[in-house]
Design a protein around this ligand. Structure first.
Ligand code: PGA
Length: 256
């Protein structure tokens, strides 16, 4: 069975209440005329403070799913500033982005912590979008594939095949994030193919054939069609180009 593509907008630390409303309203309007049977799965990841509003604005729009940009794996307690899976479930959040390079690099998140999050998310019945990616230095040193194998192996440690096949991986080369310089589509396809081989090695070819692997890093309406034409690329995790409704709708159309 073909893997259903995903177009996911990662808002990062953007959009106050008014901006969030304008963006969600624009997306809802833009997709209202699109044929649901041809659409990718559309996911938006607002900030925590905009989740309630986004939930309210899309509650009658089954074509859009919500993601959180992070979660704490503990059920509750003394974790100042953190948000639990129970709280996300209140807003019918279906996906959680974990292991984003910004969280790894700026907030010191380890592979082990990301693995704990993946397990907690799956135990709650939500879907992790597990990010991985190499630095420019690692790419130049020729260690991209081994680095990604290490990140994926650690992120999936102890997770069952049935949970892995419904999970999502996002390959996001760090040098391509927010730089306007997207990874060449053929090379992104090759690298994602390597990640799929890692999943096949850890689990089975069947699991590898089912898991969806996205590309992220300066995806734009002008790059999406070529990216989606690659057989290994199952969609995009998009930052900057997901912040304007017109551009996000163009990305969705590019994946149809
Ligand atoms: P970008 O961000 O599209 O702005 O490069 C992608 C991401 O970090 O998920």
């Amino acid at each position: 069975m073909a893997r259903r593509p995903i177009i996911a907008g990662n808002w990062k630390m953007n959009n106050n209440k008014a901006e969030a409303k304008e963006l969600v309203d624009g997306i809802v309007y833009g997709i209202s005329s699109l044929d649901a049977s041809k659409m990718p799965e559309v996911v938006i990841a607002p900030t925590y403070t905009a989740l309630w509003q986004a939930y309210d604005l899309i509650k009658n729009e089954p074509k859009i799913a919500l993601a959180a940009q992070n979660v704490n794996p503990n059920p509750s307690g003394a974790y100042t500033g953190e948000i639990s899976l129970d709280m996300l479930a209140d807003f019918r959040v279906q996906f959680v982005i974990i292991g984003h390079s910004e969280r790894r690099q700026m907030f010191g998140e380890t592979d082990e912590f990301i693995n704990q999050k993946a397990k907690a998310i799956l135990a709650k019945g939500l879907i992790p979008i597990i990010c991985c990616g190499e630095t420019l230095e690692q790419r130049e040193q020729g260690v991209t594939d081994s680095h990604l194998e290490n990140q994926i192996t650690k992120a999936l440690d102890g997770i069952s095949a049935s949970d892995v096949e419904k999970s999502v991986i996002a390959y996001e080369p760090i040098w391509a994030i927010g730089t306007g310089k997207s990874c060449d589509a053929v090379e992104a396809n090759r690298t994602i193919g390597q990640i799929r081989k890692v999943v096949a090695k850890l689990y089975s070819q069947d699991v590898a054939d089912k898991i969806r692997i996205l590309y992220g890093g300066s995806v734009k309406p002008s790059t999406i069609v070529e990216q989606m034409a690659q057989p290994e690329i199952d969609g995009g995790l998009i930052g900057g180009a997901a912040l304007k409704a017109d551009s996000f709708i163009d990305l969705i159309k590019g994946a149809m």
